[in-house]
Design a protein around this ligand. Structure first.
Ligand code: FAD
Length: 399
């Protein structure tokens, strides 16, 4: 029997596995994919996310496979442009998820976790009225504690009734890598338009990541179906190309650009969670809730959420916390750590979905650019890197 079984070896699952294995626990982590694998993302690790990783790993090799991100360029309707640098020597990184996620998985394995690739988790094992393992590829893997870090559409969180896709917002993302984009700098870019936004970021190797996020009203038709009255584009690839071609800021810069492979699409993105676990089970990363990637801080939430979940697991297995209180304790700690940033993100997201609010924000940005610089720094989680609670505990704990 394992001490901990983890569903999903994305950033949240891999970091939790690394922390727990380093604490001396027997950890198995299961992923349906084989690494390296692609994952649709803006590919920017903000300074706060980088700081979380640095608490647990030597990032020298991560640095050589990534480029610095020094801040954000924000553009809005009517030609508004605000450049905000993180400043003070603070930077994030641009790194493809193929590289980042493999790097994190390697850290987990090096710490002693057992990785099971191409192994889909379908359910949890229930014993004595609590979660006591995972069902993966049809086999029962018993464990003292389980972490579900299997992403937005977590088979476990949805299956146990802890998360669901809400009716609103229903936004879809379409992203691709391009060569030949001009005017790319070391800034991540967010181009907010009426009804949609486009993230643009440099990625190592001279490529550019472009991600379009569009709303899609509830409809019986599938996104991209020809003739859909809801979507003015025939196909996702064309949707992205059309938006880039027509955009006042980006059309010139993407004029000679070529997508190096067909775009990837996912959605609806939002996931609402009503609990972050139950006795024996904790949720981490996007499995514990996700709205959309507007603020580029999903990875920081995922990594910090993994840290918090790992901390709770260690306390439960140490006997410091009763197993039936673990998920409640995680709820409280997540609220304390994330609440103000959640509020900020929700406010930004509702601003973007209302054309009149976008106009007001654009006008404000023109007369008060320093306010927007502060917004960019806050979005980037540029605060001082505090010692994570799990790090403090790990230094003390030997299980
Ligand atoms: C379009 C877009 C752009 C984004 N851009 C950024 C950005 O620039 N910066 C940022 O910080 N965040 C960004 N995010 C958010 C970020 O991608 C997520 O928050 C992050 O990937 C969450 O990590 P995770 O480990 O929780 O989940 P994931 O990265 O989704 O990993 C989940 C893992 O679980 C595995 N899995 C899924 N189901 C099963 C199953 N049944 N059994 C076994 N394994 C399973 C998957 O294969 C995967 O490896 C973006 C998100 C989107 C959608």
């Amino acid at each position: 029997m394992d001490d901990v079984a983890i569903a999903g070896a994305g950033p949240a699952g891999a970091l939790a596995a690394a922390i727990l294995a380093r604490a001396g626990l027997r950890v198995s982590v299961f992923d349906r994919a084989r690494f390296p694998r692609h994952k649709l993302c803006g590919d920017t690790l903000n300074p706060g996310a980088l700081a979380v990783i640095q608490r647990h790993a030597d990032v020298a090799s991560l640095m050589t496979n990534s480029d610095p991100i020094d801040g954000m360029l924000l553009t809005g309707p009517g030609g508004v442009r605000v450049r905000g640098e993180y400043g003070g020597g603070v930077a994030g990184r641009s790194i493809t998820r193929r590289v980042l996620d493999l790097w994190l998985v390697d850290r987990a394995v090096a710490a002693g976790a057992t990785l099971h690739e191409q192994t889909a988790v379908r359910d949890v094992v229930i014993e004595g009225g609590r979660v006591a393992g995972l069902v993966a590829n049809g086999f029962r893997h018993r464990a003292r504690m389980v972490i579900a870090a299997d992403g937005r559409r977590s088979a476990i969180a949805v299956g146990r009734g802890w998360s669901r896709q809400p009716q609103r917002p229903r936004r879809w993302a379409i992203g691709a890598y391009y060569s030949g984009v001009t005017g790319v700098t070391s800034l991540g870019e967010m181009h907010v338009r009426h009804g949609h936004y486009i993230g643009v970021a440099p990625v190592p190797g001279g490529l550019t990541n472009a991600c379009l996020v569009v709303p899609h009203p509830p409809s019986r038709r599938r996104f991209g179906e020809t003739g859909s009255p809801d979507v003015p584009f025939a196909r996702p690839a064309e949707a992205l190309e059309n938006v880039l071609k027509r955009d006042p800021e980006l059309s010139v810069r993407f004029a000679s650009a070529r997508a190096i492979e067909p775009p990837t699409m996912l959605g609806p993105m939002a996931v609402d969670t009503n609990a972050v676990g139950e006795p024996g089970l904790l949720l981490a990363g996007d499995a514990a809730g996700f709205i959309d990637p507007m603020t580029g801080d999903g990875l920081r939430f995922a990594l910090m959420g993994a840290e918090l979940a790992a901390h709770v697991v260690i306390e439960v297995l140490n006997g410091k916390l009763p197993i039936d209180r673990g998920h409640r304790e995680l709820t409280n700690r997540r609220r304390e750590a994330f609440q103000s940033k959640w509020r900020f993100n929700r406010a930004l997201r509702s601003l973007v979905s209302s054309p009149s609010s976008v106009n007001v924000a654009a006008a404000t940005a023109r007369v008060w650019p320093s306010l927007f610089q502060k917004v960019i720094q806050y979005a980037g989680d540029c605060g001082p890197a505090k010692a994570g609670p799990s790090q403090v505990l790990l230094d003390e704990s030997r299980i």
